[in-house]
Every structure is written in structure tokens, then in C-alpha cells.
Design a protein around this ligand. Structure first.
Ligand SMILES: [Zn+2]
Ligand SMILES: [Zn+2]
Ligand SMILES: [Zn+2]
Length: 131
């Protein structure tokens, strides 16, 4: 049976990084005439969650995977300031300090430096013993 009326309503928000609309909610409704002569309404309400799975304001888009996260999941790399999602964030916890968020590149270069420094000290200690 052909519906008498169809309704479609989108609730959107503007993506801060692309400036484009992003769908948050979609309401679809259809009115049909039943065999008994009544006008029936049926519909669905679809909810679009953010890529991080949360349902709050958009924080931004990850430069690495393009995922859009909410304001609390989304962040910036402490070192290069690139926007990153929670999944692509690496956290470095310094003693007694707040943990800092780093992108993969910056985290990699920092931990590599730390490892090199440790190896360097190791060799240095070997040389010292030989002398
Ligand atoms: Zn990501
Ligand atoms: Zn989130
Ligand atoms: Zn970085």
C-alpha cells in the first residue's frame, strides 16, 4: 500500500574540521491507510553515534584515521599539535605529572630517544669497567 505521507527529519551538527553537516539523528515516519480505514503512523528513529561510540558534542577529526570523536575523547598531540582520536593517542605518564597525549610519530621518536639513551649508558658503563 502506498503511504499517504512520508516524513524524514535529520538532526545534524556541523563538523568543526570539515565544516560539513554530520547526521546525529534521523527520524522517519510513514502514514498509511489501513484496511479498516484508519491512518496509521509508523516510523523509526535512528541515532548516529560518533566514531568513538560516545553521544556528545563533536570534538574533531583524527588526522590519522579520520574518525570523529567527542570532545572528551578527541585531543591534540602535545608535541606537534595534530588532532588525534583516542585510539591513535599514546599517553606518556611522567612521574607526579599529568599524562600527556602524543601522536604515534612523536611518541615513537620520544621512546626511541629514551631507548637509545639507555643503550648509550649501557655501553658507557662497559667502557668504564674495562678501563
Ligand atoms: Zn585515529
Ligand atoms: Zn567519545
Ligand atoms: Zn605529534
Amino acid at each position: 500500500m502506498r503511504p499517504l505521507r512520508r516524513k524524514k527529519k535529520y538532526e545534524v551538527t556541523q563538523d568543526p574540521t570539515t565544516g560539513k553537516d554530520r547526521i546525529l539523528n534521523l527520524t522517519e515516519e510513514e502514514d498509511t491507510l489501513s484496511d479498516q480505514g484508519s491512518v496509521d503512523s509508523a516510523g523509526l528513529h535512528r541515532k548516529y553515534f560518533l566514531d568513538c561510540g560516545c553521544d556528545s558534542g563533536t570534538g574533531g577529526r583524527c588526522y590519522e584515521c579520520g574518525a570523529i570523536s567527542c570532545t572528551s575523547c578527541h585531543g591534540r598531540c602535545h608535541s606537534c599539535q595534530k588532532p588525534i582520536c583516542l585510539e591513535h593517542s599514546n599517553f606518556l605518564q611522567a612521574k607526579g605529572k599529568e599524562s600527556i597525549r602524543l601522536c604515534r610519530c612523536c611518541y615513537g621518536s620520544i621512546t626511541r630517544k629514551q631507548r637509545l639513551a639507555r643503550v648509550g649508558r649501557f655501553f658507557l658503563s662497559l667502557l668504564m669497567e674495562e678501563e
